[in-house]
Every structure is written in structure tokens, then in C-alpha cells.
Design a protein around this ligand. Sequence first.
Ligand code: BDP
Length: 603
Amino acid sequence: MLYPVATDSRVVLDLSGVWNFMIDDEVKEIDVTKPLPTSESMAVPAAFNDQTVSQKVREHTGFVWYEREFTVAKALRDERLVLRFGSASHEAWVYINGKLATQHKGGFMPFEVEINDFLVPGENRLTVRLSNILDNTTLPVGNYSETKDKDGKLIRNVDENFDFFNYGGLQRPVKIYSTPKNYIEDIVIVPDVDLQKAQADVQVSVQTGGSFDEVRVTVVDEEGNEVAQTTGTETNVTITDVKLWQPLDAYLYTAKIEGVKNGEVVDVYEEPFGVRKVEVKDGKFLINGEPFYFKGFGKHEDTFIRGRGLDEAYNVHDLNLMKDMGANSFRTSHYPYSDEMMRLCDREGIVVIDETPAVGLMASFNFDVSMLEKEDFQDDTWDQMKTSEAHEQVIRELIARDKNHPSVVMWSIANEAATYSKGAREYFEPLFNLARELDPQKRPLTNVLIMMATPKTDKCTDLYDVLALNRYFGWYVKNGDLETAEEQTRQELLEWQEKYPEKPIMYTEYGADTVAGFHSAYGEPFSEEFQEDYYRMNHKVFDEIPNFVGEQLWNFADFQTKFGIMRVQGNKKGVFTRAREPKMVARHLKERWTSIPHFGYKK
Ligand code: BDP
């Protein structure tokens, strides 16, 4: 799916701004042919939860309504007009002038619909009904229940089966874009680079709607020079003296696609792309033939007031904080991030592990850490979960959206699923096969593993190209005892390496809750001293393991979660506070990461 951009043939209208909003208390049916009976304002894009000061709004589970009016100028009305939502959490029903135009389930992917047939001259009314319900058929997974209050009114409840706040609403831009009636629908770019010859063979496939006499493909470099040209919808171009997309040294070419009819260019689209090669070989993760070392974070889309809502200033700032520390990568834990963030990473040279929203695939998720220590632990996750269909859908949508991004070097199919439990293999094998088949660039795949998934218990390891581990020795296990934790860390990593010598190993989470400003002469848990000691311990062990190819800690910043006895105003494992102020450990990380090269750290 193409990102909406303005070109010589396309116009983009942004519907960001203040919309009407209403909680649906499900007492009276809403008549979508009439304006919503509400005077509440809500900014878009942003979660609805933190914009008001009403607890009822903040914690609402069920349905909400958004509405605004829009006008499409006469000059555009003969064009093909498409309404596009960057996302809508988690299920949306979209009405234009009272008629259902489209519906979409899954809260982290874009969707769009042609709206010409729904429009009237002058003002049009756009009404969106949203559900933030999560259950055992959705991703992420929620524990859903219904009760009645004393007056018999239905109360819906979602107990998140994951550790982040269930923000809802229109959290990414809503746009209308125009294309001509004959238009470029999709572009697939697969660069194949010969590193020795510094030459790239770039396969370009163009899907069109309507018809063209000819499709022209021109590759333009960063200076605006045309470096290759060809015609056709399934075609190859060669770039000589190719400049590679490298971590922290991004180089982007642009594929300019022109649809020609009767000798005239009718539609134009410009897709940025990078030339780089990703391979997994002999326990190494190679980018452009060199062994790459991941330094960075698991993150969240999480800011004050906006929740998971797009905030490009935060995105730019977060990447600058990362670069300043010598980091080179992050994982889109635990759901696909905005188109805007992916495009930013392409141009900043930030390496991304792109994750689906498959989190909470575990029947007995809790903080009873004793069960982590039972090697033969089983539960009935794979009988309870009915998520296969949603999982397949989101893999299709994610790869369709992100396939051309050079920043994306690996897909993460799930975070901390019960891969140690009976039925896991049957569940995951078809999904891994699907992702391998769909990705035109054939990137490596991983499944991010919880502590119970060990070299002995994990049932799907052969499916993963890279072993991505979330480990909390010294925090959830042996809290505060860094000596034992060091031993456990070392022992487990050596075991993985011995059993799977061809698979690179990385940590995709390790961390300790740390209250900014809390200090302890004894290095007690929750203090800034403990956080630093914890990271130093882990780093010492990482450096001993030859196939250990990366450290992405948990978490970049403190973030909001549901409330509960384990969380004080959210999760405090950030290296930065939620306001992006550094905790003490940021200095250690900067010192370490600026001295570790992006390539060739492990010989
Ligand atoms: C892991 C999860 C992550 C949590 C983290 C934690 O992958 O979402 O936030 O632990 O407990 O289980 O901090």
C-alpha cells in the first residue's frame, strides 16, 4: 500500500484537527444519517483517553464515535478520491453522509476506501464508529468480559494481556488523496546488490488501476540525477556505482513511476528506496556483507496526552536521542508504528525490527515468576487463542505496507508468545511460511522469546533466523541478585549458542524498573544505581558470547500501562523518563555504544 504523497498528479487533504467526539453508552441507537448528538471536542491524530479529564472517558471500553465535516473542492471531484486512515484502534466503521463506506479491524494498520460515490457537493459528513475491545480473537490479545451494573446496564471490560495502556481512537492521520482515474496502485522494489562490483539490479513491479499505454520507471539519486530508466510494469534497472543504504549513513534513491496514456503523463508517484543487503550467516547478522551489531531499544509509541497518537516532534527527538547515544536500531514493540516513523527511519539510517501486534499470546501471563523456572511448564494457550486469522491478516497488511523500507531488516512475528507450550508449532509454522512467501525482499524472521522459552522448551526455534530473547535475570528472576543473574545469563546464552551455532543471538529486552531520582548507596532495585549495575552486568556477559549480535534494551522511555500493583504510573524501565529526561544509566550506555562500532564488533 502506497503512502499518500502529493505529486504532479495527486493532491493530499489532511483531515487532522479537532473532531466531534462521543462515548457510546449503548443506551440509544446512534442514527448515522444525522449529526452526532454531542458537543465534545477531540483532537486527531491522538488517543481519546488522555485528552479529557474524565475518568469515564479515559477508561472507557466499548464504542466511541468521531465526526467531522469536509469539503472536496470542485476541481478535484472528477479525480479518484481515496479516504485513508493511518490506523483506527481497534475496529472502525466509517460512514460518509450516513452511508457505510468501509470497515476495518486491527488497530495499527492503515486502510483506505474510494469515496467518490459517497460525496455530495459542498459539505460532507464523515462519521466513524470505533471499538477498543480486545479479546482472544484480536491482536493484541485482551481478556474480555461483560457484566451488568445495578441498573442492568452492560459494562464491558478488557483486561489487557500485555503491559501497555490500551489507547484507542484515531491515533494516526486521516487523509483524503486524489489520483487520476488511471492510477499507480502499488510499487514493489527489490534491490539486489553486487557488493564487489558496487552495482545493483533493482527489480521494480508496478500495479496499476485502470490502464496505461506505458509505465515509465526512472531512478533518481539524492542529487536529483537520473541514474537509470526503463519502461514496463515488471522490470529491472541497473544502478552502477551504487551508494548503499547503511545504518546511520542512509542513502535514498527515488523510483519515479509515471503512467502514460495517449502520449501524456497521467499519474506520477515517487517511492523512496535504499539499496542494501541483509543476510543471516554463520551466527552473524550481515548488513551489506558486514556483521552488524544492534545497539538500541525496544520502544513504544507513547507520549503525554497523545497516548499512541502520532507526534513527529517526539519521533525526531527520540531518534536524535538514540543517535546521540551511539544507538543504531530499535524494535517496533509491540505493534507496527506509523508510516511517518518508518519513513523517518529510512532517511535517518535507523535499523528497524518491524513487529506485528501479536502480543499477549499467552494464557497465563502474570508476574508469578516462579513458573518461569519450571522447564516443562505447559498451559492451554493454543486452545484458548483464536488469533490465527487476525495474525495472518496483520502479516499480510504489514508486509504490504512496509515491504520497500530499507530500514526494516527483520520481521518479528510475535512478542513473548507461549512458544514453549503444546500447539505452538502448529500455530506458528503457517505464519512463518506466509511471511517468508509474502516478503519480496526475503528478510530474516524472528519470534521474540519470553524467559520460559529456553533452548530446551521452545518448540519453534527452527523457524527463526535470529534468536531474539527478552530476559530479566536480576529483575523478575533473582531480583537484586546480580551475581546469580550473571551466572544465569551466561549459562543460558552459552546453551543457545551451542545448540544453534548458526543462529545469531540478540537480546530484544532486558531492563529494570527505575524511578528517576531514586538513589541508593546499596544499589537497591528501583534505584538509578541498580539500573546501571544491572546493565553493566549484562554487557559484561554479552561481550563474552561470539554469536551475540545485539542489545536492544527495555525500554527507551518510561511508558503508560494499565494500573496494577506492579506499576507505579506505568512501566519505569525507561532509560529516559516519559518526558525524555535521561536517567543516570544513559551515560554508561552512551559510553559503551559510542565505543562499539556498528560493524565487526564480534569477530
Ligand atoms: C516483557 C514484555 C514487555 C513488558 C516487559 C516488562 O515483552 O511488554 O513491558 O516485559 O515487564 O514481558 O517490563
